[in-house]
Design a protein around this ligand. Structure first.
Ligand code: AMP
Length: 367
């Protein structure tokens, strides 16, 4: 075994673990996973431990542990950390998995968020509506993703229904942010504190699920990039974060407003597989293994990622295009399920539009 080789244990065995492994094997790393079945996307890329002792078996194998989801148990990570390094560490996980904690942290660090209030009952929600104002969005504080567990409240008559929709779970009321577009910044921090950033990207959602990412965000200025980087740098240093951190932002007329963060590789960073010198998955692996981080420079002026959701369509046609790349996750088709993605590169925004037009079977164009 060379000094850089590590056995990486991943909690989760979905497409993120799969793509981490695909990026990590060329560096000499090996992978093992904890999952629900041997049919998950990480299958064949390493052993998937599925039985009652799966975490103990993973720890027997692994030199370092990482995870696919911010919904991973904090108690589990605390326990594992006693014997095996875990990156990102428990601090990043603790803040990222609770919308109230992360927004409180952002505000303490001087970073703008929507006004918010955490509520645990309908009467607290009534008070919160008075403070935050309407329209507002009520979300569960934990476990929500792809817009699930959310209720937009436009009139006070809707408060009762909104609270019922939370099904008794603790919730956060967030003031409505009138944004021009949604952006995200994927950053990577190494164990020694070195940090790299990919360009800010522009994200388009359909039914709450990410559909398309444009990299960089169209018309991105150096000032906006610098503003986002300085916000995220402060957060990463405060958390002593190691690995990828993805931060979702709203661009408003008054500047950037942070929505949420994820302490993991992120769907809005998938374009880096084709569009950047080092993809987010390889950089995450480098970071958690104590290796130097790779360049985040783009290899073409623009890039895009198109999610294949529910049904992949005639994806073989994509393979005829030398400026496009297909990634399938080996998942069975189901409504709303992310089954794969297409990455493309182009010489500029005009060509990007042409290329997206030629892929219109898979994507809507947003400019
Ligand atoms: P989230 O799960 O927080 O990422 O929310 C899902 C989507 O709902 C976001 O991508 C936004 O389009 C929208 N959204 C969430 N929070 C707000 C907010 N406070 N104001 C306006 N739109 C929001």
């Amino acid at each position: 075994m060379t000094p850089v080789s590590k056995n990486i244990g991943v909690l989760g065995a979905g497409q993120l673990g799969r793509m981490m492994a695909i990026a990590g094997y060329p560096l000499g790393q090996k992978f093992g996973f904890v999952g629900n079945s041997h049919e998950e996307p990480s299958a064949m890329l390493g052993h998937i431990y599925t039985d009652a002792d799966s975490v103990a078996s993973l720890l027997d194998f692994a030199d370092v542990i990482t995870y696919e989801s911010e919904n991973t148990s904090v108690e589990l990570i605390e326990e594992i950390s006693k014997t095996t390094p875990v990156y990102p560490s428990v601090k990043s996980l603790y803040y990222s998995q609770h919308r109230g904690r992360e927004k409180t942290l952002f505000n303490e660090l001087g970073i703008a968020t929507a006004p918010f209030k955490v509520v645990s009952s309908e009467s607290e929600l009534v008070e919160a509506v008075e403070q935050v104002g309407l329209p507002a969005v009520l979300k569960t504080t934990t476990e929500g993703y792809d817009g699930k567990g959310q209720f937009v409240i436009r009139k006070s008559e809707e408060i009762e229904r909104a609270w019922a929709a939370m099904d008794g779970a603790e919730a956060i009321l967030e003031g409505w942010v009138s944004f021009n577009r949604e952006l995200s910044l994927v950053a990577v921090r190494a164990i020694d504190g070195e940090t790299v950033f990919y360009p800010l990207v522009e994200n388009h959602h359909v039914d709450g699920i990410l559909r398309t990412t444009y990299a960089p965000a169209l018309g991105l200025s150096a000032e906006l990039q610098a503003e986002a980087e300085s916000m995220v740098q402060v957060v990463m240093d405060k958390l002593e974060h190691v690995g990828v951190l993805a931060v979702e932002l709203f661009e408003t007329d008054q500047g950037l407003v942070v929505n949420e963060m994820a302490p993991r590789v992120h769907n809005s960073g998938h374009w880096t597989q084709m569009g950047a010198r080092t993809c987010q998955f390889e950089n995450h692996v480098r970071a958690i293994c104590g290796l130097p981080l790779g360049s985040t420079e783009m290899i073409a002026p623009v890039s895009a990622m198109i999610n294949l959701i529910g049904d992949v369509g005639d994806v073989v046609s994509v393979l005829k295009d030398s400026d496009a790349e297909l990634h399938l996750y080996d998942k069975s088709a189901r409504v709303g399920r992310k089954l794969g993605h297409i990455n493309i590169v182009a010489d500029g925004e005009v060509e990007l539009k042409q290329r997206l037009t030629s892929l219109s079977e898979f994507v809507e164009i947003y400019f």
